[in-house]
Design a protein around this ligand. Sequence first.
Ligand code: ADP
Length: 434
Amino acid sequence: MWLALATTLVCLITWVAKDAITALWVLSAILLTYLASHLYWLHQLLQWFKKPELNAMPVGSGIWEDVFAAIYYEKRRHSRSQAQISSALDRFRHAASALPDGVVLLNGSDQIEWCNPTAEQQLGLSMRQDAGQPISYLVRPIDFIQYLHRQDYAEPIKLKSWRTTGATLEIQLVPFGANQKLLISRDVSQLEKLETMRRDFIANVSHELRTPLTVVGGFIETLTDMDGAVPDSTRAYFAMMQEQTSRMRRLIEDLLTLSQLENSPEAPQETEIDLQALLNMLLHEGVSLSKDKHEITLEPIEPGLFIKGAHEELHSAMGNLVSNAVRYTPQGGKINLKLFQRGKEVVFSVHDTGIGIEQQHIDRLTERFYRVDRSRSRETGGTGLGLSIVKHILTRHQGHIEIESEAGKGSTFSIVLPQSRLVHKAVQAAPVSA
Ligand code: ADP
């Protein structure tokens, strides 16, 4: 503004003192000097941007002084917030390095962005060499590769360590941000060892108890059957002893079944099971257990249906639901068995009009020894392990159990298996006799 006024004044004075041409020359000279100064400061700015250090910032003059001051202020603010961010990042890295669990940051293409020393040690990574490498090149077990591609990371997986013999790692992926993932690895060898010890202990104790119990039970039975061996006054005690030994035998058998299921996570030899035959057998077993006290029905199924699985295990799981329905439904009640397809699943359901279960118990029914009414379970010969066995069997068949119930009205227990286990076979037409 002042420069424009001064220039106009100088030009006017020159015009009056000399002539218009000289005034024009003076104006051109002033404008050229002005332009040259702008070009000079622009050049200085460009030079500074090549190495933008705060203490090398040009001072400038005129409007450039303000421009440089504004840039200086912004740059200082930016440097401060950058320093804050990098100190926060440093603190995070320090904390993550001190974690007893391994942590690996993966980008959208599952490449390693960063990992802490525990992850380096547990997974055999090296931050210096492996940053930017896909994690699947370095963590090779097939279970991990499948887990990585599954896109369902709700549950962690367990892997036998490929670096330390006898060690077990639990690996969990946690998606975050835009397609990024956090891999958390934990050494669970100690826990696994304890769990194996617990399983072995139960299996061994059950096994050791089986023989003496069989002997004691056998003698009680023999004595009861022997004429005159048991005086009438003590016969009732013998009946009680017999009942208790057979209850203990059932308990031991169930404990052994559970530990067998737990000790071999893979399902045994699978066969194609004729569903019609299996359902008929379950109906028959239910009817003989009920001793005509209930009305038991089976809904017809499409002919030629087979299911892939371990015959004995699936029979035992389904039979357990039928026997529970009989045991927890008072005389005169109805029990309905049904097999149907639901979306991508095949469901076997047992509906009863029995005593039902209050909502707060439902989630805990598959826990070992969880019983809503202990005395009723005992009276009907229950061990409290049936549904726990069912749950294990179903997990081995990639299935699960569903329970709907209302106290006093009845329950529906369903076994849900993936539809991929279902096989349709063409039914051969019966030969027509002439
Ligand atoms: P139990 O040997 O005691 O029957 P389960 O594991 O088979 O053990 O069942 C656990 C508990 O679930 C039972 O004690 C009972 O309280 C409840 N339950 C199971 N099935 C039914 C049913 N159909 N109706 C009512 N309660 C049931």
